[in-house]
Design a protein around this ligand. Sequence first.
Ligand SMILES: CSCCC(=O)/C(O)=C/O
Ligand SMILES: [Fe+2]
Length: 197
Amino acid sequence: MRAWKLEIPPGADIRQPHAKPGGDEVSLVELNALGVLYQYFAPSDYDKSGTETHARWLQFRSDHGFKYADVLEVSPEQLPDFESKLQMFFEEHIHADPEVRYVTAGSGYFDVRDESDSWIRIAVEPGDMLVLPAGIYHRFTVDSSNYIRAVRLFADEPQWVPINRTSAERHPARLAYEQLYPERSFSTEPEQQALRV
Ligand SMILES: CSCCC(=O)/C(O)=C/O
Ligand SMILES: [Fe+2]
């Protein structure tokens, strides 16, 4: 996993890295401060009983109450309506529950908004597990490989319910997210870079 400040020029291919010129890499500590969690599980072992990785995987799921899992493959061959699904994934949104994605093959980018409403791009590859907290503004795209396979973890029956930003500002999950990180001061408008007081 690597993360950096993002700047996509208008009309550019979203599947390219687009590191902001002169922008710094973003550390795990900075991601943690936004509520984004990361763990590595060796992909060859996470589902192999008897391995230390599998034991850690089960422990993580049990500690956080993720009873359900499914596997999503995002590629032109595996996902019907690939391009339109990709557009939906790249529409800025929140969820009412944490988004947990463990990458077992391929690669891609999760973009999250920081406290000043700037984008941070998080590149994931096999072994990377990301937890995006409920209420964080985010989006997803495959990278130029056009392929990712991810295990998705859920507390309840698997379902994917995005709440697009245009209707998310007063959503309880968004308000709770802003309350959870009171030391960060979230701006309310994408264009508004000044911090709210
Ligand atoms: C590889 S996960 C697919 C995208 C998704 O589920 C999501 O919610 C992105 O934000
Ligand atoms: Fe999402």
